[in-house]
Design a protein around this ligand. Structure first.
Ligand code: DX5
Ligand code: ZN
Length: 217
């Protein structure tokens, strides 16, 4: 299984975002958290930031939409240059239609589940997606503690993905650090978002490599 580390810029310095995305050349993608004050109680960035960052880095963008009505807004992130767009199952009106629309535009389609949302409703439609994101915190803020209570769902998701035979990435997001990434990898995750662990580290790129090394152990 290939390990992918996708640093979240939520905890980076918003006044120096161009330099911040370029401070992690070892990253497999840059994870961009879009929040709207409605789906989650926080507000971050949107399409203009993605367009601007697209001009200063060649690293793929992994967009995580924590917004209401992703059916209306997700496609604009592909137009802005994103390689992957994640929307929340809890917010989507027509997740299959939206995933097909994103794929038809040439992007990877990804669906996210909050900690209390079960994976089972997705079991029959997993192959509509290129990635499943299992949240290991309640979405909205960086720097929260990893929720071990989500581990059984992560294991079940790995089994369901393996059962499809399709190459679907399994991402975890929230509280991922040198201390917790090993547990998430052992439970079947292969793609890891890390926000504060990377951007609060003295050397963010070294931390990306350290996280990858631990996950691969
Ligand atoms: C939280 C965001 C995460 C966040 C993770 O709702 O989706 O991507 O940046 O931050 P850490 O790694 O600090 O938990
Ligand atoms: Zn995120």
């Amino acid at each position: 299984m290939t390990t992918r580390i996708t640093p979240s810029i939520l905890n980076a310095d918003f006044a120096r975002m161009g330099q911040e995305v370029n401070s992690v050349p070892s990253a497999d993608a840059i994870h961009i958290d879009v929040m709207d004050y409605h789906f989650v109680p926080n507000l971050t960035m949107g399409v203009p930031m993605v367009e601007s960052l697209r001009k200063v880095t060649g690293t793929p963008f992994d967009i995580h939409l924590m917004i209401d009505d992703p059916d209306s807004y997700a496609p604009s992130y592909v137009e802005a240059g994103a390689e992957s767009v994640t929307f929340h199952l809890e917010a989507a009106k027509a997740p299959v239609r939206l995933a097909r629309e994103l794929r038809a535009m040439g992007a990877r389609a990804s669906v996210a589940l909050k900690p209390a949302t079960p994976i089972e409703p997705l079991a029959d439609i997993l192959t509509e997606f290129d990635q499943i994101l299992i949240m290991t915190v309640e979405p909205g803020f960086g720097g929260q503690s990893f929720l071990d209570i989500v581990m059984p769902k992560l294991r079940r998701t790995r089994e369901l993905i393996d059962g499809t035979g399709a190459e679907i990435w399994l991402q975890v997001d929230g509280g991922v650090s040198a201390e917790t990434i090993g547990r998430a990898a052992e439970a079947g995750a292969d793609t890891f978002v890390a926000g504060s662990a990377v951007y609060k580290a003295p050397d963010p790129d070294e931390m990306v490599n350290e996280l990858r090394r631990i996950a691969d152990e």
